[in-house]
Design a protein around this ligand. Structure first.
Ligand SMILES: [Fe+2]
Ligand SMILES: [Fe+2]
Length: 316
């Protein structure tokens, strides 16, 4: 990165202050670029790894309709990963390098995907809660100060909303079924509720980089604000569905006009982030194996591109 002239620096600051977009060719502070690379890469990795927990049920979906819906959702997530890797590449990094960092553990993905999917009700609960939490996190990113990231988020959010609805519709169907099906839904809600709250990250007091990301308008709301928004949105949906959220502290707070809720177990989040969640090793091993199995496709694409004078292949 070229040393900033005072003029470039003030132009950058004006773009942020005026709610305009920073574009790939514009000068930007190195820390702004590095923060975006880390965030967008982590987001892209989450989309790709996030296909695994539900992909686990593709061959066992209970009907053709459920299978078609689940396939469409998993394919959307692959697409989200691709847009996001492309957005990261506008910041001067290479997708192959990001994939290497994911499979050797130098870059993270969302801790939520390290939990197992034990029954088909998990597919519904992931759509409802996990995609629901993702929507709360991602809608404000459509106004992120970095243009390519903000634009990628617009389409991603539309698709996430389909994911949430398919999950909720699946749960409504199960809840109208047998007692065993209702118990299956409740069990899945019990297992996914707290990890979903943890998707918003640590509490504001323990999230040191948040403030700077908010000043740069990469982030628009704090972790705790987004978590509260998610709880307020989800409680009435749980009532309508007829499930109990596993939190005895959940209570309507008239004064705040919001739901009070209990404290997630932050030590669990730290363990999962450190790699000690139930499925961390399996998720990364599968991703590594898929990457290695795809080596011949990358080689063939590069050879084809070289033969046609287009240099390095872009397929991976
Ligand atoms: Fe997604
Ligand atoms: Fe999704």
């Amino acid at each position: 990165m070229v040393e900033a002239s005072a003029e470039a620096q003030s132009r950058f600051e004006a773009v942020i202050a005026n709610e305009q977009r920073v574009e790939p060719r514009d000068w930007m502070p190195e820390a702004y670029r590095a923060t975006l690379v880390r965030q967008i890469a982590q987001h892209a990795h989450s989309e790709i790894i996030g296909m695994q927990p539900e992909g686990n049920w593709l061959t066992r979906a209970p009907s053709l309709r459920r299978k078609a819906i689940l396939l469409a959702k998993a394919q959307d997530e692959a697409g989200h990963g691709l847009y996001l890797y492309a957005a990261a590449e506008t910041l001067g990094v290479d997708r192959a390098e990001l994939t290497e960092k994911l499979i050797d553990g130098r870059q993270k993905y969302s801790s939520i995907f390290n939990y197992p999917t034990l029954t088909f009700a998990d597919v519904g609960v992931i759509g409802w809660l996990v995609d629901g939490a993702a929507i709360c996190n991602q809608v404000p990113l459509c106004r992120c100060s970095y243009g390519p990231y903000a634009r990628a988020m617009v389409r991603i959010c539309k698709e996430e909303s389909f994911h949430q609805r398919q999950g909720y519709e699946l749960l409504m169907t199960l809840m109208a079924g047998t007692d065993a099906q209702r118990r299956m839904v409740q069990d899945a809600v019990d297992r996914w509720w707290w990890p979903s709250l943890m998707m918003f990250g640590p509490p504001d007091g323990a999230s040191p980089n948040s403030e700077r990301s908010m000043a740069w308008r990469i982030k628009r709301h704090s972790n705790d604000e987004l978590r509260q928004r998610f709880v307020d949105m989800t409680v009435p949906q749980a009532e309508h569905l007829g499930v109990t959220l596993p939190d005895p502290a959940l209570a309507w707070n008239e004064e705040r006009g919001s739901w009070d809720f209990g404290e997630p177990d932050w030590s669990e989040l730290m363990q999962v982030i450190k790699g000690q969640g139930p499925c961390n090793a399996q998720r990364v091993d599968r991703r590594r194996a898929a990457h290695e199995d795809g080596a011949w496709v990358r080689e063939a694409a590069s050879a084809y591109a070289a033969k046609h004078g287009r240099g390095k292949g872009s397929a991976e």
